[in-house]
Every structure is written in structure tokens, then in C-alpha cells.
Design a protein around this ligand. Structure first.
Ligand SMILES: Nc1nc(=O)c2c([nH]1)NC[C@@H]1CN(c3ccc(C(=O)N[C@@H](CCC(=O)O)C(=O)O)cc3)C=[N+]21
Length: 295
């Protein structure tokens, strides 16, 4: 079998078109322009490229978008004060502090400082808690994007064996939780594997849907995948540079080999990544509507 390629680029494009129309409507009918600030501390090249992509997308959708760059040596106190300023700014509906932060800043403290109503990343414990209960909240962007991909590709998750590789707060834990819930792209039987899992392949081979967020290049090889599985690769590993200096990316899945076995697979680049950015935009539109009492 050669897998169907689930294109994050294509699905993201479709959602962005929907959002663009919604933003235009919000402006015309209600005078509301969704506002997003992305705060970047330091100059980590990967972070710079992600934040640039987020700003570009926000701009294309007609948002009020603010890029706030801060020096690597900003104090925790100053960063918390900055967040407080945006918490109070009525033109800003979504606040994103790009992670990771420098070591002298307590990441947890920073994420707790963001107003949960502006927490479009869905990392504040109020939103995490609401997510687990299944209440309306901001879902973290990468898991949210995966749900949309599964749903819009017609993947049947109900009753299926879903195996998640990775237990991060950003991807592994939330996607496992969401796929377990009574919801679209949910109702799965979920197993979570991690670095201490004794026999990873034993679990992954049982997966009808395999979500891989391990953070290590090509850890999932063809022998670990069941014939006909749906494989979602969340990995973004920079494994080198082209002669022109562009980063060469690969996922956590050995794409070339696994695509011969899977029923469907997401590529890297062009899979989950573009969906992550798009869901940030979707969450920001949601935040703006809530702020205006429209949702
Ligand atoms: N507060 C916070 N929120 C985040 O959502 C967040 C973060 N911090 N820190 C880092 C991770 C990583 N992340 C990605 C977003 C887009 C792509 C993406 O668009 N990737 C492209 C390739 C882009 C490239 O060339 O690097 C693709 O896969 O096709 C990847 C990864 C968001 N993150």
C-alpha cells in the first residue's frame, strides 16, 4: 500500500480561507479586529522563523498583529510586566510567548501570568483543566491542528486504537486526552508511550492511528507500524543545512519507508506544522469574538 499524503498545507489553506472571511465579517458587522501579539525573547533561529511565520499569517488574515522582540537578558520581572501590559490592552485578544525561554526565566510563571481569556496557546492551567473536563476553552494549537486534520481527512477515530508517542505538555498529553474524549476525532482507545516504555514497537504496531511527538528524528521505522495505519508525524527536526543555508527538516517518522505501509501519513515539512500556526489564528479569532460578546 502507498499511503495517502495528508497535506497540512492544503487543509490549513482551507481553514485560513474560512478565517479570512470570518475576520472580514467581524470587522464589517461588529468593528472587531482580532489582535495577536507574539513575544519573542532572544534570537533562537528556529523561534525567529516560527514567530515570523505566525506574524505573516496573522497579517494575511487581516489581524492587528504585533511582534514584540525582547533581548535574551530581559529579566523575568520585566517580561511579566510586559505580559501584564498586553493583558490590559483591549486591542490585543491573543498573547503568545514563544517557547523555549532563556534559562533564567521561569516558564511556568510566565505562562501563568497570561490572562486565560487571551491564552491562545492553551497552555495556562485554567485552559488545560477545562480541556481535560471537556469544557469550551482554547485548545493547544498542535493537538487542535491534529484533530482538524483527522476530521477533515475523514479518519474514523471512534473505537480505534490510538497510540501517542511522547508525553509533553504541548503535544503528547493533550492529544492523548482529546482523542479519548467524546468529541469529533475522539472516542479512541488511547495508549501513551514515552522514553521509559519497555517495548515501544509492541504498542505502536497495534495502532490504527499513530501520533508521534517524540522529538527525535526517524524513531518510528516501518517495522513499528501496522499495515493500513494512519500516521501523524509531529516531529520537526533540523538535521542539516542546504548549501544555500536553508534548514533541512525531517520528522520523527521514517517517512519514505512508512508511507509504503500506512494508509495515510502526514509529511514533514507541510504536515502538522502549518496546521499549528493556523489553529493559533483560529484561537485568536475565537478570543476576539469572546471579548466582543459574540461567542
Ligand atoms: N508558545 C509557543 N507556541 C507554539 O505553538 C510553539 C512554541 N511556543 N514553540 C515552538 C513550537 C513549535 N511550533 C511550530 C510551529 C510551526 C511549525 C511549522 O510551520 N513547520 C513547517 C516548517 C517551517 C520551517 O521551515 O521551520 C512545516 O512543518 O511545514 C513548526 C513548529 C510551534 N511551537
Amino acid at each position: 500500500m502507498t499511503a495517502k499524503i495528508i497535506s497540512g498545507v492544503e487543509i490549513a489553506k482551507q481553514i485560513r480561507e474560512e478565517l479570512k472571511a470570518e475576520v472580514a465579517g467581524l470587522k464589517e458587522q461588529h468593528g472587531v479586529t482580532p489582535g495577536l501579539v507574539t513575544i519573542l525573547v532572544g534570537e533562537n533561529p528556529a523561534s525567529v522563523s516560527y514567530v515570523t511565520a505566525k506574524q505573516k499569517t496573522a497579517h494575511e488574515l487581516g489581524f492587528h498583529s504585533v511582534q514584540d522582540n525582547q533581548p535574551e537578558d530581559i529579566t523575568e520581572e520585566a517580561l511579566l510586566a510586559l505580559i501584564d501590559k498586553y493583558n490590559k490592552d483591549p486591542a490585543i485578544h491573543g498573547i503568545l510567548v514563544q517557547l523555549p525561554l532563556p534559562k533564567h526565566i521561569n516558564e511556568t510563571k510566565v505562562l501563568y501570568a497570561i490572562d486565560p481569556d487571551k491564552d491562545v496557546d492553551g497552555f495556562h492551567p485554567v485552559n488545560v483543566g477545562k480541556m481535560v473536563i471537556g469544557e469550551q476553552c482554547f485548545l493547544p494549537c498542535t493537538p487542535h491542528g491534529i484533530l482538524e486534520m483527522l476530521e477533515r481527512s475523514g479518519v474514523e477515530t471512534s473505537g480505534a486504537e490510538a497510540v501517542v508517542v511522547g508525553r509533553s505538555n504541548i503535544v503528547g498529553k493533550p492529544i492523548a486526552n482529546l482523542m479519548l474524549q467524546k468529541r469529533a476525532a475522539g472516542n479512541a482507545t488511547v495508549t501513551v508511550c514515552h522514553t521509559r516504555t519497555r517495548d515501544m514497537a509492541f504498542h505502536t504496531r497495534r495502532a490504527d492511528i499513530l501520533v508521534v511527538a517524540a522529538g527525535r528524528p526517524k524513531v518510528i521505522t516501518a517495522d513499528m507500524v501496522k499495515e493500513g495505519a494512519v500516521v501523524i508525524d509531529v516531529g520537526v527536526n533540523r538535521i542539516g543545512k542546504t548549501p544555500e543555508g536553508k534548514a533541512i527538516l525531517c520528522g520523527d517518522v521514517d517517512f519514505e519507508a512508512v508511507k509504503e505501509k500506512a494508509a495515510a501519513i502526514t509529511p514533514v515539512p507541510g504536515g502538522v506544522g502549518p496546521m499549528t500556526i493556523t489553529m493559533l489564528m483560529k484561537n485568536t479569532v475565537q478570543a476576539a469574538k469572546q471579548f466582543a460578546g459574540l461567542a
